[in-house]
Design a protein around this ligand. Structure first.
Ligand code: KG4
Ligand code: ZN
Length: 352
């Protein structure tokens, strides 16, 4: 299985044998965006086009195989930046067609859901999943692979987007997430009290906002705080404290809603996925809160997450998701294409 990821600013390819064996894996992060403080879609597409051949060639070389040895091709078909997605999809369709092999269209967030299982074989449904990336924030109950119940999602900014925007407000480099995490280590979160949007302790499971998230208000609160500190000439001294307070607020909301899902579903296994799940404070908080939960049925409470490399965008998770879809007969057609807003396969939105 060859997995290819080009939905945003990572060009990545992986060769996967069976369910878990990554034979070759290359992740190339584009640096063309740094000076703009965010991903420029047109530049991302061009950079993918320039690098895709070399990235695939290197992954194949690591695996010690040739392109013609690949049985099935899997590629992220959405959601993401359409120009960037098209580079990967068109490349893969051409190669699959040329070699007479099937290709599989992969949903980027379903791929994130599979990432932990590449390294931890036990990361299998049923589980509650928190998927937190630059474009999405989803809280799911996965009863089996391919059957996902949507519990909550963001009403505005994604969690990663909030980290990126706050990073910008604090004058940190893009992407904001890792930079905030690093700075927050030196800070004291209790120095500033920031709001926990859409989180009230008296919410009940039947309330529409019980599981949903909102991060734009938090970002605005940080903007306001930064403006006040700057006017008073205190921003340099307070930057780490603001980073810590923001991270604390974001993690509190994410962890609290995840724990609500654990309690309501009776499912005490949690899978974290997406770039923000690389955050150690988030991992630590959810692990810590899970320790206070007694197991349900015969399940021990447990949290699964991938290594940092596989939490961020990568081709291996795409190959893994493609393998699952292929085994279910989900082979794409030659006229299939990329979609910036591809629907999550198997996701049902009913609450009960
Ligand atoms: O999954 P991902 O690599 O790409 C998308 O699918 O969007 O996630 C990227 C996002 C960015 O917003 C980045 O700031 C955030 O993940 N991120 C982090 C950390 N590492 C990456 N957020 C918080 N803490 C981190 N350590
Ligand atoms: Zn992603």
């Amino acid at each position: 299985m060859l997995g290819l990821e080009t939905s945003c600013d990572e060009t990545s390819a992986a060769v996967l044998a069976g369910d878990h064996g990554i034979l070759g894996h290359v992740i190339l992060s584009q640096d063309v965006h740094a000076i703009y403080g965010g991903v420029v879609p047109e530049l991302a597409a061009r950079a993918h086009l320039q690098k895709i051949d070399a990235v695939v060639a290197e992954a194949l070389k690591q695996a010690g195989v040739e392109l013609r040895d690949v049985d099935v091709f899997g590629v992220t078909a959405g959601p993401g930046l359409i120009g960037a997605l098209l580079v990967g999809v068109c490349w893969m369709k051409a190669v699959a067609y040329g070699l007479g092999r099937p290709w599989v269209a992969v949903h980027h967030m379903e791929a994130h859901l599979f990432a932990a299982s590449l390294e931890q074989a036990d990361a299998q449904p049923p589980f509650v999943a928190l998927l937190v990336s630059g474009g999405h924030t989803l809280l799911l109950h996965a009863t089996e692979w391919g059957a996902y119940r949507l519990l909550g999602q963001t009403r505005d900014d994604a969690a990663g987007e909030a980290f990126d925007k706050v990073g910008k407000l604090l004058g940190l480099p893009y992407p904001g997430g890792p930079a905030i995490e690093l700075l927050a280590e030196e800070g004291d979160a209790s120095r500033h009290r920031l709001p926990r949007p859409m989180l009230r302790r008296n919410q009940r499971p039947e309330d529409v906002d019980y599981y949903d998230f909102s991060f734009s208000g938090l970002k605005t609160a940080v903007a306001e705080l930064v403006r006040r500190l700057e006017a008073a000439g205190d921003l340099d001294d307070e930057r780490a404290n603001v980073a810590a307070a923001f991270q604390d607020a974001a993690v509190d909301v994410l962890a609290t809603k995840t724990m609500r899902a654990v309690e309501q579903t009776g499912c005490s296994r949690v899978v974290l996925g997406g770039g923000v799940s690389a955050n150690l404070a988030l991992r630590g908080e959810i692990s810590h809160r899970l320790e206070t939960v007694g197991g349900f049925g015969n399940q021990e409470p447990r949290v699964f997450f991938a290594s940092s490399r596989l939490s961020l965008d990568n081709g291996a998770m795409v190959a893994r998701a493609a393998r699952f879809r292929f085994d279910r007969g989900d082979v794409a057609r030659l006229d299939g294409s990329a979609s910036a807003s591809l629907q999550f396969p198997g996701l049902v939105t009913t609450r009960s």
